[in-house]
Ligand binder design. Sequence first.
Ligand code: GLU
Length: 472
Amino acid sequence: MAVRTRFAPSPTGFIHVGNLRSAIFTYLIAKKDKGTFVLRIEDTDQERYVEGAVDTIYYTLDSCGLLWDEGPDKGGEFGPYIQSERMEQYKKYALQLVEKKEAYKCFCTPERLVSLREDGHAKYDKHCLHLTEEEVAQKETEGIPYVIRQKVPETGSTSFTCQVYGEIKIDNKEIEDQIILKSDNYPTYNFANVIDDHLMNITHVVRGNEYLTSTPKYTLLYKALGWDEPTYVHLPHVIKEGGKKLSKREGDAYYTDFIKRGYLPDAIVNFLVLLGWSPENNQEKFSLTELEEIFSIDRINKSPAVFDIKKLNWVNAQYIKELSIDELKEVCMPHLVNSGIIEGKDESWIDSLLNVFKDRISYGEEVIELYDEFFNLEFKLDEEATEFLNQEGVNDTLIAFKELLIELENFTAQDIKPLIKQTGKISGSKGKMLYMPLRIATTASMHGPDLPQVLALLGKDTVIERLNSNIK
Ligand code: GLU
């Protein structure tokens, strides 16, 4: 059977990077087999619904290139693709299960359920399972609200196989007679996902491993409904170093947090695919098309995947190197504007700045840090730099350079460059003894990007002023 996978986000806000990692794996499992990637919006938890969240889902998948073949906006043979539009079906199947004695109506009041829990019952005590048909009919005529609960066998065990975690078996007495349909006719997630995946012909259910413990309930539901189970692929958690969770507060939980800081969608996808999966060789940079060829379920890892920001920065830097200056400008612009760096500067100054940074920058927002590091520093020499400037001959070198620069009308990198050589000729210094004093006296640093470019960006006045302050 052709592979059909689905990404089934709830429209509750921004997309968490862990969830995006699931979307990428789900997409790749389908594409590897030239199968179908389905988008389903799980909106039956009305309380958590956030206005605009569906558009955020579209935007995120779209910008990452995870194009869905079927979905609410695209349609397809297996709709509806929005859970709340399938309400009638949930009710129909829940009642079918009641009919088959695989589920039952439960009239317990919220107060009774609370007191059960207070009395130390971890699970529902199956009270309504023992109502007679007459009692049920009587309560219904009285209009007492009810939910429908799954009837879990009291003995034996249930097992299923996950492609990543292997066979998992659980004693049935551990499983609660969970609610499948609420009194307002809304299904619970634990019921809806089974109905949806079956009706949508999903062959591979790919999701986070937090669903491992609920899966036996689904296995029982598939069995009760007489349906084949899909193949399960559970994915390891994404955590931070030290086991901490990615968090909204620290700004590392959502895809949009990273986009705002100037990370590139392709790089994020590349980085995320390595969270829980590895290729056969040591390759670390892949396009989505390449991944569609090489991705495989058997190389998904069980152990938690560590979200290492340094690695993300490295991956992103590789993608930034491939951008044109105009593309890089687009990524850095919001940060250049917000920080005030480009106030009063013209386009060509911005282009030169980005040219200097292109091979050093990891993400857009870093432009501020790099600028501070190379251009805006408090001009302070450390001991090593001071010692260097105190060497014999340095003063003459600085004087020669300054005099040449003063005469220079076009203060561009191109025009500054030959003056360095000329300084050497005039002062008789060469190699390190030529370049280093010039760099230290103008930037206070012993290393940095191409010096003529840096000097041009600093501007004539600043450069002359700095040289003067170092000439004895
Ligand atoms: N709506 C669920 C979530 O966002 C989907 C889980 C699943 O893939 O079944 O976690």
